[in-house]
Design a protein around this ligand. Sequence first.
Ligand code: NAP
Length: 485
Amino acid sequence: MGTELTDVVVIGAGIAGIGLAVRLRRAGVTDFVVLERADDIGGTWRDNTYPGVACDIPSHLYALSFLPHPGWTRVYAPGAEIHEYLRAAARSEGVLGHVRLRSPAQQMTWDAPARRWHVDTPTGRISARVLVVAAGRLTEPHMPDVPGLEDFEGSIVHSARWDPDVPIDGARVGVVGTGASAIQIVPAIAHRVDRLVVFQRSAPYVVPRDDQPYTAHERARFAQVDGAIDELRARTAAELEQGHAARRRVPEAQHELRARALTHLRAQVQDLRLRRALTPDHEVGCKRVLLSDDYYPALGLAHVDLRPSPLARVRARSAVAQDGTEHTLDVLVLATGFRTSEPTYAPRVRGRGGRVLADHWSGGMTAYASSAVHGFPNMFLVDGPNAALGHSSGVALIEAQIDYVLGAIAHLTGPGAPVLEVTARAEETYTRRIDAMAAGTVWLTGCRSWYVDERSGRLTLLWPGDTDSFRAANGTFSPAPYQAA
Ligand code: NAP
């Protein structure tokens, strides 16, 4: 197997990798390869095909701003529609020719004398000047650590590895978890099953969703009226941005958000015992605030049992909650989230002097501008540390990082182009700034969540500020914090 030379290698063909590829081509950069481990592009929207899967950020705001899509069928697009949006964009922008499917990056190694990254895949080595890791963060299913899971004789399925052949219809089904995935699955399957048990460890805050289909007239307007999509995006972004105050623990904002959720609960759940069980006991906003109009009604159905108790053990034909109740089940749906703090690519990235990224991150992920890591020259991350949002569309942050990476690539182009390695000092200063911004936010005070690295207690997944502050801090490349070699 020979070595293929290219200028830029991008790891991951989800919304970040595809978005970057589109922007690279539009900037006239065509010497790049996108490696994708799966057999299709689309990332999260390829992986998550569970019943009811949809985006809880309004479609027009979730879409990439440079790929507006007048044809969204609903305010909150179903997952398959977003997947098709990404595939259509990749096709029409000429990106597919750059994508290698079924090509996991097994090792990524910096070769200092050659000033190149070598990326080994099962079918050969690709050597590039620049490595961009856009491998996502909600990619590795988290399996609950409960005894007996392997003894279960029925079907087990994780929300992000849905199998359409799982026999849901007429079955006795247990759903573990009450996060964003579970609250979409529960109402979507409730009417199909014989019996449904939901194992709830923490009651989530749920606010009205108010989903609507777009009429043909509205879709035509988005297609034909200049600025119509931009105006809707700006309005939606401004509305969602107001939610940041609650995360900063502004008392009135927290009170208002909590009241909105509890009013929704009271309006939808009349049974006082069920209502009590569904009343959250953590500070509002420290976990994702969920949107649903059909989750509570589904829990009120006679054959649906909300167990306010975690799954504690699994037996051959049943699941046992911590409250001691045992439930005979045919299917166990694990809507138990993802392993987020320790990305699986990190042990496979070796930088200057053989330094392993996972070792650099043994106390938690860090990166200057959420994008560059000391010891890893010419490597950039999209969707890396502190680059997710808890209150609005994370795609806005992906776009800012794409701008940053494009700036870096432009700087690295041409004869005599330098090698760029961010200084240790720049990375440390940025990390201290993140810690200072995170201190006092609800993500650190309110509860345990996937946003916080349990090893250090640091907020490593989320950007603690508002959307604009991420772009202001990290959307424009400057060579100043880098040592050029
Ligand atoms: P998640 O938010 O991490 O939720 C996992 C759930 O599993 C939590 O309710 C957790 O309880 C529970 N859990 C874990 N072990 C358990 C046990 N032994 N017994 C009972 N419950 C257990 O995962 P997710 O719902 O897949 O969502 C992850 C992220 O994906 C979201 O935050 C969001 O960013 C994204 N997402 C987005 C959408 C969308 O519409 N845009 C949809 C789905 C997912 P605790 O809360 O107590 O930990």
